[in-house]
Design a protein around this ligand. Structure first.
Ligand SMILES: C[S@@+](CC[C@H](N)C(=O)[O-])C[C@H]1O[C@@H](n2cnc3c(N)ncnc32)[C@H](O)[C@@H]1O
Length: 268
């Protein structure tokens, strides 16, 4: 997934790796002050999902980042594999798992391919990966997950929505509901539930490259994307000084899907 010439500022595998290394995501952007999604614990909504009994069997955490969701699930007794395209994120995740004494298998892999995991997982957890992919990437990812899972597997997906939660809007491209429904159905996934929720972000991640892109870069971005970044930066500059726990609630969709066969029929 390379950057399209028309959209050199879209986040992709290389820009995420740069952020984890503490380097600017794009040439000319400031270095990040923090990783916006790294809250050093599992996402509370995911912990609730587990407590409600939604997770079963062998679990894939796709786009696991620094690994806290996978580590949490492993600590609850699940067999968990965490995959991320960033080797720096995977190194960090392995170190955290070692410290936590949690037996997670962390591997570097592109979630749009997943060629070595045929028919393997019963549950997929996607905590903010889907919105990182472009349209073709999302289609390839949904198809790759279909290949990597067992019949009847569940996929729990959290991705940015266009909602406004207490004045906060998504820090990057929000995914329309129709994109999720069409992409998942075409790849053989049945959407059982799609609703609003929030993803907890780390405020220090919004004072660097996510929050303060220079005007020179914003002017070279596609107009819709630049407008989103300007609006988000404005909101963050107003809100962040009022937050004292370092956490911000970002608007998301939560999706529960079941693996059907390729014609969209559920096996059960
Ligand atoms: C917004 S972060 C979320 C990380 C983690 N799931 C969490 O909740 O903290 C998205 C992650 O997806 C990873 N990623 C982006 N594109 C990917 C791809 N094609 N395959 C695997 N991981 C990818 C990034 O490196 C990053 O770690």
């Amino acid at each position: 997934m390379r950057r399209a010439a028309s959209d050199p500022f879209r986040h992709n595998i290389e820009s995420y790796e740069s952020l984890y290394r503490g380097e600017p995501a794009f040439p000319g952007a400031p270095a990040p002050d923090g990783i916006p999604w790294d809250i050093r614990q599992a996402q509370p909504r995911l912990m609730e999902l587990e407590a409600l009994g939604a997770i079963s069997g062998e679990v894939l955490d796709a786009g696991c980042g620094p690994g806290d969701n996978a580590i949490y699930l492993a600590s609850k007794g699940y067999a968990v594999t965490g995959l991320d395209s960033s080797s720096t994120a995977i190194e960090r995740a392995r170190a955290r798992a070692l410290r936590a004494g949690a037996p997670v298998r962390f591997e570097v892999a592109d979630a749009t391919k997943l060629s070595c995991y045929e028919g393997r997982f019963n549950t997929v957890v996607d905590s903010a990966l889907y919105h990182c992919l472009d349209h073709g990437g999302r289609r390839a990812y949904a198809a790759a997950l279909h290949r990597a899972t067992t019949p009847g597997a569940r996929w729990f997906l959290y991705c940015f929505s266009g909602a406004n939660v207490n004045g906060v809007i998504a820090p990057m491209e929000a995914v329309p509901e129709s994109d999720i429904r069409t992409t998942l159905a075409n790849a053989g996934w049945r959407v059982d539930f799609l609703g609003p929720t929030t993803f907890i972000g780390n405020t220090s991640g919004f004072t660097g490259s996510f929050g303060k892109l220079p005007e020179g870069i914003l002017r070279r971005m596609p107009p819709g994307q630049a407008e989103q970044m300007r609006r988000m930066a404005e909101r963050m500059a107003t809100i962040l000084p009022l937050i004292d726990d370092g956490r911000i609630h970002l608007p998301c969709h939560v999706v529960h899907a079941t693996r059907a066969d390729r014609r969209g029929r559920h096996p059960g």
